[in-house]
Design a protein. Sequence first.
Length: 362
Amino acid sequence: MAFIEKIKLQNFKSHTLFEKNIPSNNIVIHGNNGIGKTNLLESLSFFSNSKGMRANKLENFLQKQNNIQSEFAQAECQLKQSNYSTNISYKIYKQADQISKNFFIDSKKSSNLQIANLVNFIWLSPHMDKIMYEEGSIKKKFIDKIISNLNQDFSRYLSDFKKLSEERIALLTNSHDIKWISIVESKMAILFYLILIERRKKIKDLNILAEEKLKLFSRFKINISNELEKYLFDEKKCIIEIEKIFFNNRSLDTSIKRNTFSPNTDRVTFFNRTKNLNSELCSTGEQKSILLSIILAFGWMYKQRNIQFILLFDEISSHIDEKNMENFFTEVAKFETQAWYTGTKKNIFQVIDNKAFFIDLA
Ligand SMILES: Nc1ncnc2c1ncn2[C@@H]1O[C@H](COP(=O)(O)OP(=O)(O)OP(=O)(O)O)[C@@H](O)[C@H]1O
Ligand SMILES: [Mg+2]
């Protein structure tokens, strides 16, 4: 189990200097709007993704005061793991006209990936609520992110497919080299197949873990479908079918300068197993619970693989009633890992009162 026992932020957004020893596995950061609660979680999320949980540009992390931007922003954490302790940190800094970043492990220059070998951060923030009410492709992107975190190859499949798609369109519009177009389409078809298979494998794992592990909280099932479904059990047949569709789409794709057939044709939906209803027909709170449950199932995927992780929950209590909140805390406790929560009100966290460390940012 990995947990942060000390945190220090310098010039990170609104935090000029923030330093705290953390004596607990549950941390509740509370205080009024704009006091810096989310910024604090964001500083931790940066260790796992250098855009942070709010997908910021690097320059936005540097503190701005009276229109003057600080020269650097820095975060440092003492990370405790079983019987040893590691210092992980990063510095975002201005260099000439550029903003750069460096990660360190025990003062030695390092990378996000090396830090991921020590600890990963999983987060949920209010802007992710839109996953539940916006159109289907955002659900697929969310699931793709989870899968990418579990399998580095998967993000490579996605980016390679994108590059080849661009190459195909360029070839179709400019060179008309039929032989080369076919080669590109064959490569794309293999990646297409791999993406579809990996999505289904990981979604199956998430569904199984949700059923096995989430006894108290919202029960969900992720569904995925594609017109290729009936071919998926036969790799060769499926790849040939994909190549056929690419071939038939050549003139259409040339005219609109876009690949109409891609792994984006996968449709991902969420199903509420308690209600036997698709998530679109669920209430706001029920939808939020599904989202929280998927995050919990993701946590179980990490736990099953012995990957160390820390949870960051920004304002999760919005739309969740007291009983559900209590069940949620119980589910999180089963991970036996550190969880950071934020909230404008302290009373939501009453049920974990004696187990939590409260930070009042006021
Ligand atoms: N680069 C920056 N430099 C200085 N302040 C910043 C910077 N970026 C954002 N801020 C400010 O940091 C403050 C705290 O933001 P944060 O999102 O952490 O608030 P919060 O406590 O989570 O509030 P809420 O309860 O509304 O979610 C905001 O007033 C925001 O404008
Ligand atoms: Mg906030």
